[in-house]
Design a protein around this ligand. Structure first.
Ligand code: NAP
Ligand code: HSE
Length: 430
């Protein structure tokens, strides 16, 4: 085996600088585990004139070909983000026989299959542990630790930025925009933070987990996605009054009728373990037929936690090089793509609405729900600043998406309903 493995680093932002720090701090440990030293030869950035702290032996470049076509480079560590341009760069690198480690969930969720195919053809490795839940080794746990089981459900908080924002809103009453800025300054948010806020980042992670956990081809478009923009401080307070916390939850379920995957703000009982996952921390429950319930918890974003996962992947590549087993890890999904219909997707729901305060109003509303077989777990009524108006918060028992949508449509036609302000899924505590 070669004594030194040469790395080309794509990106030197939050994660890239963490990778350099960990490689510097743990060089001896890595050498002990893998039998070889790691050296970073070149780093790709978009602006080479920015001031950086880099050793003089490292080439800084804004031309990706300097890395993908350099015969001395063995492994590409991609921590720059982006989809189409990054795909082109990585495919060229793989064609040139380079192994790839990436933290890029956008790319893996959308083009993972194409990258794996290229890797198999060229005998190259592709690892992406940092793409889901930052420092939590969730991909390895699903691929290895739980590989003997049939996974039936995965549920958790997989976006650090939105969890940070919602924690600060709930605990400190801080407004959305200023907490988002804090999350960006701390390096948690994506370059375009709308991917975090609108749930797309979490949806990409749930796509990756679903493909691996259920061994089924799965597309980002199959995920039902709602972000956190519509969560108001009122919803947070009312949820607390009903005994819940609001979290952005990804849920992937698999049973005989198929798979459903969603990312949406959801109410969880205050005593549920996910309710205590705060700030940028993530946690994922994985349920298996044989193992039952397992939970993985840790930092979901940030420089060093994410870089830890990236460097662990790099160590896996080094071990494979030593064993002569590179390019062999990928296994095609075992099962065909099968999605649940709306009538098969069931959950409890929270609904908040403003209604006209008149005799028989409550009866009109509950009759509509009763028509679709929907009953209630909890109902609260509050006065508003208008004499003729009341605010209603209701939590249903389990209901199908199809029936709930029909009931919502009928409610919108009622003259006693002034507005439907929010609707959230309710998880846990069944
Ligand atoms: P970042 O701080 O914005 O850094 C991006 C780096 O890539 C910068 O050095 C930038 O160059 C370079 N870059 C971007 N586009 C480029 C292009 N087209 N050509 C050349 N260089 C380019 O991003 P980050 O937070 O480190 O995230 C990097 C990746 O890791 C993303 O895929 C992200 O989703 C993923 N990730 C991030 C975290 C986290 O906590 N931050 C966690 C898990 C996964 P300049 O320095 O010149 O601007
Ligand atoms: N923006 C992402 C998050 C980074 O906040 O979870 C980690 O994937």
């Amino acid at each position: 085996m070669e004594n030194t493995i040469t790395v080309g680093l794509l990106g030197l932002g939050t994660v890239g600088s963490g990778v350099i720090e960990i490689l510097n701090d743990h060089q001896e440990r890595i050498q002990h585990k893998t039998g070889c030293a790691v050296t970073i030869k070149s780093v790709l950035v978009s602006d080479t004139s920015k001031p950086r702290e880099l050793s003089e032996t490292v080439n800084l470049t804004d031309r990706y070909e300097d890395i993908t076509r350099d015969p001395e480079i063995d492994v590409i560590v991609e921590v720059m983000g982006g989809i189409d341009h990054t795909l082109t760069i990585l495919l060229e690198a793989i064609e040139n026989g380079k192994h790839v480690v990436t933290a890029n969930k956008d790319l893996i969720a959308q083009h993972g299959a194409q990258l794996f195919e290229a890797c198999q053809k060229n005998n190259c490795d592709l690892y992406y542990e940092a793409s889901v839940a930052g420092g939590i080794p969730i991909i390895r746990s699903i691929m290895d630790g739980l590989s003997s089981d049939r996974i039936t459900k995965m549920m958790g908080i997989v976006n650090g930025t939105t969890n940070y924002i919602m924690t600060k809103m709930a605990q400190e009453g801080v407004d959305f925009d200023s907490v988002l800025k804090e999350a960006q300054d701390l390096g948690f948010a994506e370059a375009d933070p709308t991917a975090d806020v609108d749930g797309l980042d979490a949806a990409r992670k749930m796509t990756i987990l679903s493909i691996l956990g259920f061994s089924m081809p799965f597309n980002l478009e199959d995920v039902e996605v709602k972000g956190i923009r519509n969560i108001s401080l009122e919803d947070i307070r009312y949820a607390e009054e009903l005994g819940y916390r609001i979290k952005l939850i990804g849920i992937a379920e698999n049973d005989e009728s198929g798979v459903s995957v969603s990312v949406e703000p959801s109410l969880l009982p205050a005593q549920h373990p996910l309710s205590s996952v705060n700030d940028e921390f993530n946690a994922v429950y994985v349920y298996g037929d044989a193992v039952g319930e397992t939970m993985f918890y840790g930092p979901g974003a940030g420089k060093l936690p994410t870089a830890t996962a990236v460097v662990a992947d790099l160590i896996a590549v080094l071990k494979n090089i030593r064993l002569g087993t590179t390019g062999t890890a990928y296994v095609q999904p075992q099962f065909p793509h099968q999605l649940k219909s709306k009538s098969e997707r069931q959950s409890k729901k929270y609904i908040r609405l403003h209604v006209v305060d008149r005799a028989g109003m409550l009866n009109e509303i509950t009759s509509i729900f009763a028509e679709y077989g929907i009953s209630f777990d909890q109902v609260i009524q509050r006065s508003t600043n208008k004499d003729d108006e009341r605010e209603l918060m209701m939590v249903t028992h389990r209901v199908s998406e199809e029936d709930f949508e029909k009931a919502k449509h009928d409610l919108e036609q009622l003259s006693s309903v002034r507005s439907i302000d929010s609707i959230f899924r309710v998880e846990g505590g069944d």
